[in-house]
Design a protein around this ligand. Structure first.
Ligand SMILES: [Zn+2]
Ligand SMILES: [Zn+2]
Length: 354
C-alpha cells in the first residue's frame, strides 16, 4: 500500500475504490436475487397436510349436512309459523263469533237452537284442533333445527380438536422448514466469508485489489445483513459466534502485524543509514516527511529546525548537502533543488558530511 503523492495516482486509487464498491453492489444484487429464490425450494404447507383425514372427513360432512338441514328446517319453520298465525287468528275470530252468538242466545233463550249450539261448538273445536296440529308441526320443526344445530356443534368441537393437533404438527414442521432454509443460506454465505478471509489475507494487495475488496464487502454484507431476516431464534448465536471468531481473527492478525512491524522497525534501525534509506520508497519517505515524522522510525521530528540534520530517535540522516553547490537539502530528495545535480551521482557520501 505505497502512499503515492502523485495526484493522478491518488485519483486513480479513488476511482478503483469506487470500482470495488460498484463491484460489491452488483455482487450483493446478484446474491440477494439468488437467495430470494431459495424459499421456493420448500413447498407451502397447509393445515390439511397434517390433519387426521379419515377422522376429519366425516366430521366435515356432518357439519355440512347439519348446516343444510338447519337452514331448510328454519325455512320450513317460517312457513309453518305463518300458518300457525293464520290458524290462531281464525280460531280467535271463531271464538269471538261464538261468544257473541251465545250471548244473543241467552238473551233470547230459544231452546230450539240447541242443535245449532252443538254444531257451532264442533266447528270451534275443529278450529282449535287445527291450531294445535300446526303448533305440533312448529314444535317438530323446532326440534329438527335444534338437533341439527347440536350435531353441528358436536362435530365442530371434534374437528377443532383435530385441527389443534394438526396445528401443533404444522408449527413443528414450520420450525424444521425454517431451519432448513437457514442452513441453505448459511451453506451459501459461510463459504463466501471464508473465501473473503482468504482473499483478505493473501490477495488484498494484488494488482486486482479492487475486485478483492469488492468481494470482501459483498461477503460481509451477505453474511451479516442478508442472513438476518431468515435467522431462527437461535440464529443469533450463529451470527454472533461467527462475528466473535472473525473479530478475534482480525484482532490477532492486527496484533501479529503490529509486532512484526515493530520487530522490522527495530531491525531496520540497526542497519546502516544508506541501506535504510534505500529500503524506503521515495513516495513513502515524502509522505512521512509531509506529516513531520521521521521517514525511518515514524516518530515526530522538527523538520523546520535548521540545526537538525539527523533523526534524534533513530539516527537516520534527514538533511545533507549538495556535492556540487553545498546547499542544505533533504537527504531523501533525488535532485538538488538549487543546482539540479542528481543526489545519486555520488552515493555513500550523501549522508556522511555535516
Ligand atoms: Zn527516526
Ligand atoms: Zn546543488
Amino acid at each position: 500500500m505505497s502512499k503515492s503523492l502523485r495526484l493522478s495516482e491518488k485519483w486513480f486509487r479513488r476511482g478503483l475504490w469506487l470500482v470495488a464498491l460498484v463491484f460489491a453492489s452488483f455482487l450483493i444484487g446478484l446474491g440477494s436475487t439468488v437467495v430470494s429464490d431459495l424459499p421456493q425450494v420448500e413447498r407451502r404447507l397447509q393445515l390439511d397436510d397434517f390433519i387426521d383425514k379419515p377422522a376429519a372427513m366425516p366430521l366435515r360432512d356432518t357439519i355440512k349436512a347439519s348446516q343444510a338441514t338447519e337452514l331448510q328446517a328454519a325455512r320450513d319453520l317460517d312457513q309453518i309459523q305463518l300458518q300457525l298465525n293464520a290458524a290462531q287468528q281464525a280460531s280467535a275470530n271463531a271464538r269471538e263469533t261464538f261468544g257473541n252468538w251465545i250471548a244473543t242466545r241467552r238473551a233470547t233463550a230459544q231452546p230450539d237452537q240447541d242443535t245449532e249450539l252443538i254444531a257451532r261448538t264442533k266447528a270451534l273445536d275443529a278450529f282449535k284442533q287445527k291450531e294445535d296440529e300446526i303448533q305440533r308441526q312448529v314444535n317438530a320443526q323446532r326440534q329438527i333445527v335444534l338437533d341439527a344445530r347440536q350435531a353441528e356443534q358436536r362435530a365442530a368441537a371434534s374437528l377443532g380438536e383435530l385441527e389443534h393437533e394438526a396445528q401443533i404438527k404444522l408449527n413443528a414442521e414450520y420450525r424444521r422448514v425454517e431451519l432448513r432454509v437457514f442452513l441453505y443460506r448459511l451453506a451459501l454465505t459461510l463459504p463466501l466469508l471464508v473465501v473473503a478471509g482468504w482473499l483478505f489475507a493473501k490477495k488484498r494487495k494484488s494488482t486486482y485489489w479492487p475486485f478483492v475488496w469488492g468481494f470482501i464487502f459483498f461477503a460481509l454484507f451477505a453474511f451479516f445483513v442478508e442472513l438476518v431476516p431468515y435467522l431462527p431464534s437461535y440464529g443469533g448465536y450463529v451470527r454472533y459466534a461467527v462475528g466473535i471468531v472473525l473479530t478475534v481473527l482480525v484482532g490477532r492478525y492486527a496484533i501479529v502485524a503490529l509486532n512484526r512491524y515493530l520487530a522490522r522497525q527495530k531491525l531496520a534501525e540497526q542497519q546502516p543509514d544508506q541501506v535504510r534509506r534505500e529500503e524506503l520508497s521515495y513516495d513513502v519517505a515524502l509522505a512521512r516527511l509531509g506529516k513531520s515524522v521521521c521517514p525511518g522510525c515514524e516518530r515526530p521530528v522538527d523538520l523546520k529546525n535548521d540545526e537538525i540534520d539527523f533523526c534524534p530517535h533513530c539516527g537516520i540522516g534527514l538533511f545533507d548537502h549538495c556535492d556540487q553547490c553545498e546547499t542544505r537539502k533533504s537527504a531523501f530528495s533525488k535532485f538538488c533543488h538549487a543546482c539540479g545535480t542528481s543526489a545519486h551521482a555520488e552515493p555513500g557520501g550523501a549522508a556522511a558530511p555535516a
